[in-house]
Design a protein around this ligand. Structure first.
Ligand code: KG4
Ligand code: ZN
Length: 335
């Protein structure tokens, strides 16, 4: 089967063609970073307007440059939520148009579940496993029992991990996306230069909270304005605190649920310090941790095509009336 994936959940317009669940024939992400950089974050109205302007020419260019004919497609998979609703509706409407005009089935998928499953593009993991999905909009721990059975074990009470990176980067004028800028600046920095709080670590649950950590960072830099000599140490200490909380809580959840495998996904999963810390800590616990390649951590349509394929194989197709959602519940009913 050839599955077309479309993702417009935020500011990226992404298309992918996947052959079954094994072979990514093409995966292209057109980002709008230049437009949003001046604002230090994504401006939803600009994002959706640009999706409207570009989705058709980008799709035609994508198909032409990879020498694919729309007629060769067997399934149209698209993100239906969660995310920026204006942006989602552009991709979803475009997918519906293709599905109707080509007479091919539609698979509307949950973007978070797609992040949780993205590792399967490169490696098949035995069920059950825990998925830590950490991106600009979400920080969740999911128990994944099968291709379409996801159970929320923990989530953020306020800011997502990526959002915290983005906000401090904006405050320091480091550039956008913030996580990438913070990681770059942290290289070689002293991770214990500032002892930032590790929120929620003492609490007996698997939830996160990053808003207090962000405030503590902002208070620190207001009291101690960073210099060329200290800035890399300060951001490295902040990155260390986030990675510490994410790894500790996820490993604690894995032990509590006796799950031996952890998969990490979402844009923050491309952070090298997070990867390193997970590998260091998990080895002692006898837990295996898996990370997709960076191109499948950040938003991409290949993971959407993949989840669409699994849903289709499980007998689920979406009606043409399927709605888009800015918030979307996780599918814990299974299939
Ligand atoms: O998954 P994603 O591309 O989009 C959402 O679904 O939100 O994630 C984007 C988020 C941004 O907050 C960005 O700052 C963060 O992922 N991010 C990183 C890194 N690369 C992207 N955070 C930390 N380290 C990175 N290397
Ligand atoms: Zn995402």
């Amino acid at each position: 089967m050839y599955i077309l994936g479309i993702d417009t959940s935020c500011d990226d317009t992404s298309f992918s063609i996947l052959e079954d669940d094994t072979n990514v024939k093409a995966n292209v992400v057109f980002n709008q970073n230049e437009l949003h950089r001046i604002f230090g974050g994504v401006v939803p109205e600009i994002a959706s307007r640009k999706h409207i302007e570009y989705i058709e020419p980008l799709f035609l260019q994508f198909m032409r440059s990879h020498q694919f004919s729309p007629k060769s497609l067997d399934l149209i998979a698209v993100t239906a939520g969660p995310g920026l609703i204006g942006s989602i509706l552009v991709g979803l409407s475009f997918a519906k148009g293709l599905s109707l005009s080509l007479g091919k089935p539609l698979a509307a998928v949950n973007h978070i579940e797609a992040h949780a499953m993205s590792i399967f593009l490169e490696k098949k993991i035995d069920f059950p496993f825990l998925a830590l999905v950490v991106s600009g909009g979400h920080s969740l721990i999911l128990l994944v029992r099968n291709y379409c059975h996801f159970e929320v074990i923990g989530s953020t009470r306020d800011d997502a991990a990526g959002e915290a990176f983005d906000k401090i980067a904006k405050f320091l004028n480091l550039g956008y996306p913030g996580g990438v800028a913070v990681e770059r600046l942290s290289k070689g920095g002293k991770r214990d230069f500032v002892n930032f709080p590790r929120p929620m670590l003492e609490e007996d649950n698997f939830d996160f909270s990053f808003s207090g950590l962000k405030t503590s960072f902002l208070n620190f830099v207001k009291r101690n304005p960073p210099t060329n000599e200290t800035i890399n140490h300060i951001v490295a200490s902040f990155q260390e605190a986030i990675c510490d909380v994410l790894t500790e809580k996820t490993l604690r959840a894995a032990k509590a649920l006796s799950v031996k495998r952890i998969v990490v996904g979402g844009g923050v999963a491309s952070n090298e310090r997070l990867r390193e810390m997970f590998f260091e800590k998990s080895e002692k616990e006898g837990i295996e941790v898996f990370f997709p390649s960076p191109e499948y951590c950040t938003d991409n349509a290949a993971m959407v095509a993949l989840l669409g394929f699994y849903r289709y194989k499980s007998g689920i197709v979406s009606p043409i009336t399927v709605k888009g959602f800015s918030r979307m519940s996780i599918n814990y009913k299974g299939c």
